[in-house]
Design a protein around this ligand. Structure first.
Ligand SMILES: Nc1nc2c(ncn2[C@@H]2O[C@H](COP(=O)(O)OP(=O)(O)O)[C@@H](O)[C@H]2O)c(=O)[nH]1
Ligand SMILES: [Mg+2]
Ligand SMILES: [Zn+2]
Length: 326
């Protein structure tokens, strides 16, 4: 066997684990790739050579072009983000959910909502409210990792795709994954009774193959992500319902805050209040970013981190650097 193609499913300090049709290989990176500063991410499709089928060791010699990637946590070639939230314990947080949905949109990755812990209160008004707000906008599944309800539905959405589970700590991401894949030896942590929140137990990013070619990555719960790399007038694009209404605003650069003849403000009764509130919060954060880059002498730099290989486009990471730092 001279060469194979596979997918990076896990990174350790010294080794990169690549899943191929011939099995799982423990790999090192070819020196040339290191010199070219090619960073390999979980989810990358790679070529491996110098394959030893007895020890299952090999060398990564090429990284194929990525379709997309996210940076926190760093994962490439994602088909969809499953945004997990619990109804209770911790309480459903509309702004936080909108934040995750918008971040997925910003990365151009489809998002699905998974509302977990529905066993805690079976017929609650909150669930109905969540359905009415989000069903017109996103795919949504209601689950209980505890009782197993909704898992078939979730499985259907995961089938044949590479999905990332995202959401606050303690909402049940690892529990869901354990139910989907009972053989796994994953750690979940008890929600502290005082805070009603779990603590971080998922440290390394790893793609878990729950069925043939169906991968899921568990992530640690990010607690707070700010919109600190986007201009205020772009926030509009992250909310489909606001974007649609904005086509009829008088000013083309309308921010829908207090402008005259703003079609969004004129139709606020058609938008969920929490969605609009979230929109305003994110615009505010984007303004802070804009101020920062306008006044403090920082400038936006495009840094080409990943160098071309044959047939490979340049992938650009946007990085904020100081002007006089060169
Ligand atoms: N009642 C209830 N508790 C759940 C459910 N799913 C997870 N939990 C509990 O919530 C806590 C946090 O779960 P975990 O999977 O570690 O959350 P993660 O931080 O999102 O990975 C654990 O104590 C789980 O037993 C559920 O569907 N219903
Ligand atoms: Mg977890
Ligand atoms: Zn407007």
């Amino acid at each position: 066997m001279t060469a194979l193609f596979g997918k990076v499913i896990k990174k350790h300090s010294d080794f990169i684990y690549v899943k191929s049709n011939a099995g799982l290989f423990e790999c090192k990176i070819r020196e040339r790739l290191k010199k070219e500063k090619i960073e390999i991410l979980v989810g990358d499709n790679v070529k491996i050579e110098e394959i030893n089928t007895e020890t299952f060791q090999a060398i990564i010699t090429e990284v194929l072009e990525r379709s997309n990637f996210i940076s926190r946590p760093a994962i490439a070639n994602i088909d969809q983000i499953i945004i997990v939230s619990s109804l209770f314990e911790p309480d459903f947080d509309f702004v936080q959910i909108n934040r995750y949905l918008c971040l997925a949109k910003l990365s151009n990755i489809p998002a699905i909502l998974c509302i977990n812990k529905i066993d805690i209160n079976k017929n609650c008004a909150l669930r109905t409210k969540i359905s009415s707000i989000y069903e017109p906008l996103y795919k949504i599944v209601f689950t209980s990792a505890l009782e197993g309800s909704g898992l078939q539905d979730l499985k259907k959405h995961l089938s044949g795709k590479i999905s990332v589970l995202a959401g606050m700590s303690g909402v049940g991401k690892t529990s869901l994954l354990k139910k989907l894949c009972p053989d796994l030896n994953l750690k979940t942590k008890d929600v502290s009774s005082k805070l009603k929140r779990g603590t971080h137990t998922t440290r390394h990013v790893e793609l878990i193959e729950i069925k043939n070619k169906c991968f899921v990555a568990d992530t640690p719960g990010f607690s707070y992500l700010k919109f600190d790399n986007i201009m205020p007038n772009k926030v509009n694009d992250l909310f489909d319902e606001i974007k649609t209404l904005s086509n009829e605003c008088y000013f083309s650069d309308c921010l829908h805050l207090n402008e005259k003849n703003c079609n969004v403000i004129n139709n606020l009764d058609k938008i969920d209040q929490k969605r609009y509130e979230s929109y305003k919060i994110f615009v505010e954060e984007a303004f802070e970013y804009k101020k920062k880059i306008t006044f403090s002498g920082n400038k936006k730099e495009e840094v080409t981190k990943f160098i071309d290989g044959p047939g490979r486009k340049k992938t650009k990471l946007i990085k904020l650097g100081k002007k006089n730092e060169k």
